[in-house]
Ligand binder design. Structure first.
Ligand SMILES: [Fe+2]
Ligand SMILES: [Fe+2]
Length: 331
């Protein structure tokens, strides 16, 4: 456990998010990247999987909420405000279980499949050893993050004494969107490009998703700590995924580029969206009075469509490539 699990990592990690332009491509050399090389070499010292595990039980505070109330898309609706305290507390615990499930599903079904394609050099880019090592390290990180979030959900269930199984919940918008987009692909190549687009959006935006939880002091310390530790790795993954996208993009033909950029737009819509399907399931599970209408009214309000507001890293990446205008997305 680090001395201060809530330490602000932003300044320390700011340099990791800078994505310089590529050197000229020499087809005779394996592709390398100084940024990725530095991150691959520092992995044994910096990766959460390489650090001692925190004692989650020590950090549990039964008086705190399990999830930030303000993130609930209908938190200001009187039908929600009037819920009795036990129901409100269970809804917040469900929200945390759903958040963890979404993180785990995105890592298992969206991020790691994309990293796996890169580690196998599926785009014929000619990645050298160090870039391949970096993608395999990222896959290991994601496996560990999945375990961290499962442990966090298990702790919530055990300490609260509530049965809140994630198997009751549907897949979130990112997994649903990725599966739909891959299913629409006409060729394995197109499918791989779409997968890469989703992986890149997830990896460059997940820090914002994790950041939703870290700042609220009313929230369960063990939950915030889990997210802070995870986010530390994700600052590095954002740089790795961004660099890899640039490397691959520079070497694609026109049609492949168009498919990749279209995939980024679809992935951005999915990744940033509030998950009203899951909210409806939670309201059903708790038998909340007017729960269906509560969720449906929020879902119809366009101002409440987005949960993740900041996808600035992918925007800057597209600016660097000079393609922000070609991504069919309202930035
Ligand atoms: Fe992760
Ligand atoms: Fe990641």
């Amino acid at each position: 456990m680090t001395a201060n699990p809530f330490g602000d990592e932003a300044a320390e990690n700011e340099t990791l998010l800078r994505l310089p332009s590529l050197p000229p491509f020499d087809p005779g050399d394996p592709v390398e990247s100084a940024i990725i090389s530095g991150l691959a070499n520092s992995w044994p010292r910096r990766a959460t999987v390489k650090r001692p595990e925190p004692d989650l039980d020590d950090l549990f505070d039964a008086e705190k909420d399990d999830y930030p109330v303000q993130l609930i898309p209908f938190h200001d609706d009187d039908r929600f405000r009037r819920l009795d305290e036990p129901t409100r507390a269970r809804v917040l615990a469900w929200a945390w279980i759903a958040y963890n499930k979404n993180v785990m599903d995105v890592e298992q079904y969206v991020v790691n499949p994309g990293f796996r394609l890169l580690s196998q050099d599926a785009f014929g880019t000619g990645l050298g050893d160090i870039l391949t090592v970096a993608t395999l390290q990222a896959i290991v990180d994601e496996q560990y993050h999945t375990l961290m979030h499962l442990n966090a959900s298990a702790l919530t269930r055990r300490r609260r004494g509530w049965n809140l199984p994630e198997r009751r919940l549907p897949y979130g918008p990112t997994v649903r969107g990725q599966r739909a987009a891959v299913a629409k692909a006409d060729t394995p190549r197109e499918s791989a490009l779409v997968s890469l687009a989703f992986t890149t959006v997830a990896e460059t935006s997940i820090s914002s998703y994790l950041g939703l939880i870290t700042g609220d002091e009313n929230v369960q310390p063990v939950n915030r700590s889990t997210v802070v530790l995870h986010r530390r790795d994700e600052y590095c993954h954002a740089s790795i995924a961004g660099e890899l996208l640039k490397i691959v993009y520079e070497r694609l033909g026109t049609d492949d580029r168009r498919i990749l950029l279209a995939g980024l737009a679809v992935a951005l819509e999915a990744f940033s969206a509030n998950d009203f399907t899951t909210w409806t399931t939670v309201m059903d599970a708790e038998d909340v009075r007017d729960g269906g209408a509560l969720v449906a009214d929020a879902a119809h309000d366009t101002a409440r469509r987005k949960l993740v507001q900041d996808c600035g890293v992918i925007r800057r990446l597209c600016d660097d490539l000079g393609v922000a205008d070609e991504v069919p997305y309202e930035w």
